[in-house]
Design a protein around this ligand. Structure first.
Ligand SMILES: C[S@@+](CC[C@H](N)C(=O)[O-])C[C@H]1O[C@@H](n2cnc3c(N)ncnc32)[C@H](O)[C@@H]1O
Length: 322
């Protein structure tokens, strides 16, 4: 998400496409308490199962930026040289046998300063984006009202979505994120949303190996996350695994622009730089296709283009039913 702020001179002046989301009536069973869903419950069998499902990471081609000034390019390239690179996942043959090893495998530790810088940037630079997308999020998260008590948010980051769905009494939220520096922001957002401290738990983990039991949550939420995970398909399988039958997966993701467009060309050029500056975020993923093919019983989504999102357009917004 960092690059988009640097390039937010807006390729798109206005929001396009306001196709309405269909209301979802899927009934979701209610869980009574937060403690119903145990943590760190992955057994060796589950890990072995995961091992079989690990696929090769998505990769991208190399190129450089051409759509900004030379000074911007030099500054960005210079900064990128100082930053850590983020392999899609570790390439060693030995498969880890505990949750921490899974975390390290799919999200190798970044330097503290980098994690902090990214968390701070996410906390301060997203305000205009969040203001623009507010209407879409309100409509999307309204589908959770009265439907979901146990909610998992993957890649929760600073917690910008909590205010939309966490204020309903009895809601418990697990926020998964591999960046510990996000935790303080997410905790503050949970508190501001009126969530009692006991009903929010930040889990230092990755979407590819969720530390929750099978069929244990009513809904999974993910916004701007599948661009960053190391293995999209594995993350989607994990989402389906932890969702109860009939449970909902609500998503907002940015995806590759249409092939052959100028925007798509620019995304291709800047993808490597984006991954370095924005903690592994890819600009060119076809995440909508991945979600559609993940095995959900029904996927209902639409595309929007946001003027504040610059290169990270278009977005797909939708709901999938487990
Ligand atoms: C662009 S931020 C979006 C944060 C938040 N969802 C939002 O909408 O502002 C991407 C987030 O995904 C997290 N992330 C990166 N890799 C992940 C993974 N493998 N599993 C879960 N979260 C991951 C990052 O730490 C970061 O908090």
């Amino acid at each position: 998400m960092l690059i988009h702020t640097a390039f937010s001179t807006s390729l798109y002046p206005k929001i396009h496409n306001t196709q309405k989301l269909k209301t979802v009536n899927s009934s979701v069973s209610e869980s009574k308490t937060f403690n119903d869903v145990p943590f760190n419950s992955q057994t060796q069998n589950e890990l072995n199962h995961l091992k079989k499902r690990v696929k090769d990471p998505l990769s991208c081609s190399n190129s450089i930026c051409f759509c900004c000034s030379r000074r911007d390019i030099m500054a960005a390239v210079g900064a990128a040289a100082l930053l850590p690179s983020h392999p899609s996942h570790a390439s060693d043959d030995s498969f880890p046998t505990d949750a921490m090893a899974m975390l390290n495998r799919f999200h190798p530790p970044r330097p503290d300063w980098y994690a902090e810088l990214y968390a701070t940037a996410m906390n301060t630079s997203m305000k205009s984006y969040e203001a623009e997308i507010e209407g879409y999020k309100s409509e999307l998260f309204a589908n959770l009202r009265g439907q979901a008590k146990q909610i998992l948010e993957i890649g929760i980051g600073t917690g910008p979505n909590l205010k939309y769905y966490a204020s309903e009494g009895g809601t418990s939220v697990y926020g998964v994120d591999p960046n510990r520096k996000m935790e303080k922001y997410a905790q503050a957002a949970a508190e501001a949303a009126g969530l009692p401290p006991a009903n929010f738990k930040f889990l230092h983990a990755v979407s590819e190996s969720l530390p929750l039991r099978d069929a244990s949550v009513d809904a999974v939420i993910g916004t701007l996350v599948l661009c960053s995970v190391a293995d999209v398909n594995l993350a989607l399988q994990e989402i389906r695994r932890v969702l109860k039958p009939g449970g909902l997966y609500l998503f907002v993701e940015h995806v590759a622009a249409t092939d052959g467009t100028v925007l798509r060309f620019v995304q291709q050029l800047l993808d490597p730089l984006q991954q370095t500056l924005a903690d592994g975020c890819h600009l060119t993923r076809k995440t909508g296709k991945d979600i559609t093919e993940a095995g959900f019983s029904n996927v209902d989504s639409h595309q929007v283009v946001l003027s504040t999102a610059s290169l990270i357009n278009p977005h797909i917004i939708g709901i999938a039913h487990n």
